[in-house]
Design a protein around this ligand. Structure first.
Ligand code: CTP
Length: 407
């Protein structure tokens, strides 16, 4: 496997807890730095007994963070959690493991962990009996089901003199797990993804428009997840309250359905996958007043014309190796309506969300979707964050591509 430059520029936050294995973190930091990673270290008070912060700050070329403040400066745990591409807790002590299951936030490392928006890997280290204790095993299950990745312990000589499972994985093995993670996470490298997001605004006059409540959050979550997996992403974004602002994602800002249509027609030929998550207006005023409409008459009747259906148009232009994903927001006969949309618009997958489900739909950070494929597969999920829904959609896209022999 070619590991060259996989870690170049990657930001890794190393959390060190109180365990004898903490001495191995010196080698780990060296290995990561040698691979081109940027490393910041967060330690617990207890871990200082096992490894010197001075050595770690010298090797990582960054100040080691232990407390809420250092050099009269407040250490912003949220910023640290957001800075990293990956947080690695190695060694993970039994104590910190237990805190991770209950969100017990009594030190800076826990605050950083709880704020981390990046994936988290853990390399536990403890004595055999502690490791085998049902409570420890239960905690390990729990943190894994919360999404943390486990680097398995090794079997060998332990600090107690016993021989058994519980040794922290050797730094070289931890490095390999990190490299594997970053390589696997680039599974969409070389793929071009087109995503539409947000609402459209259909002008009535220079100050008024017809719009909707779409926040663009689902489209943004998809764009960010694809970018993290190495794809080249372009987002055609309607007027959202918080526009996407990422240097690794190209964003085309549009206002009306017509502008979104033009941008999509332009971008679609080079897209491998197009996901139309925007809530495009179906109607637009037939004429747009050049001046503000005055309220001289008591009533005003607006004549509306149908907008162009972007999904349907892309469905007619779609080549065999292109994949088209639509969204459907339904309030009644959800599945039946979604299937007819899938067929009518020649989509491969439809992500159905129902406004009847609490926590799904506009503005909120969560969503509850059912993914329907043109092969008749239905994948229903419980309510999740839009980030996790994005990952589920990507999983189903991968499965669909695999099943349909799309490279
Ligand atoms: N869509 C589109 N262009 C439009 C309208 C919708 O690309 N002018 C896309 C949406 O982005 C979504 C899918 O079509 O991926 C379904 O949109 P929706 O509004 O739910 O369905 P419509 O086809 O507009 O049907 P209806 O409003 O009657 O439910």
């Amino acid at each position: 496997m070619n590991y060259n430059s996989t870690l170049t520029g990657k930001k890794i936050l190393l959390g060190i807890t109180g365990s004898i294995a903490a001495y191995k973190s010196i080698l780990l930091v060296r290995l990561l730095i040698k691979q081109g990673a940027e490393v910041k270290v967060v330690m617990t008070e207890a871990s200082k007994e096992f490894v010197s912060p001075l050595v770690l700050s010298t090797l990582s070329k960054n100040e080691v963070i232990i407390d809420w403040k250092s050099r009269h400066q407040w250490n912003n745990h949220v910023e640290l959690g957001r800075w990293a591409d990956l947080m690695l807790i190695a060694p993970l002590s039994c104590n910190t493991l237990a805190k991770m299951t209950t969100a017990l936030c009594d030190n800076l490392l826990m605050a950083v962990y709880l704020s981390a928006t990046c994936p988290v890997m853990v390399a536990p280290a403890m004595d055999e009996d502690m490791w085998l204790h049902p409570a420890t095993q239960k905690n390990l299950q729990q943190i894994q089901s919360n999404g943390n990745r486990l680097i398995p312990v090794a079997v060998g000589e332990l600090a107690s003199g016993l021989l058994g499972p519980g040794r922290m994985a050797e730094p070289e093995l931890i490095l390999e797990s990190i490299l594997d993670y970053f390589i696997a996470s680039k599974e969409f490298a070389g793929k071009n993804i087109l995503i539409t997001a947000g609402p459209t605004h259909e002008a009535i006059d220079p100050v008024r428009f017809i719009g909707n409540h779409s926040s663009g959050k689902m489209g943004h979550a998809l764009a960010e997840a694809f970018a993290a997996k190495g794809a080249q992403v372009v987002v055609v974004e309607g007027p959202v309250p918080n526009p996407l602002n990422r240097s690794d994602i190209r964003t085309i800002r549009v206002s009306s359905a017509e502008e979104m249509y033009v941008a999509c027609i332009d971008e679609f030929p080079s897209a491998d996958i197009a996901i139309l998550a925007a809530a495009v207006a179906d109607f637009t005023p037939s004429t747009k007043a050049l001046q503000k409409i005055k309220k001289e008459t008591s009533d005003l009747t607006l004549e509306l014309t149908r907008t162009k259906d972007i999904l349907k148009t892309l469905g007619t232009l779609k080549k065999q190796n292109q994949l088209l994903v639509g969204f459907a927001l339904e309030t009644e006969n959800e599945k039946a309506n979604a299937y007819s949309k899938l067929k009518a618009k020649n989509a491969d997958l439809i992500v159905l969300n129902s406004l009847n489900d609490e926590g799904a739909g506009f503005g909120v950070d969560t969503n509850k979707v059912t993914i329907l494929t043109k092969h008749g597969k239905e994948i229903e999920s419980p309510i999740k964050t839009k980030k996790d829904v994005a990952l589920d959609i990507i999983e189903q896209i991968k499965t669909f591509m695999h099943e349909s022999n799309i490279a």
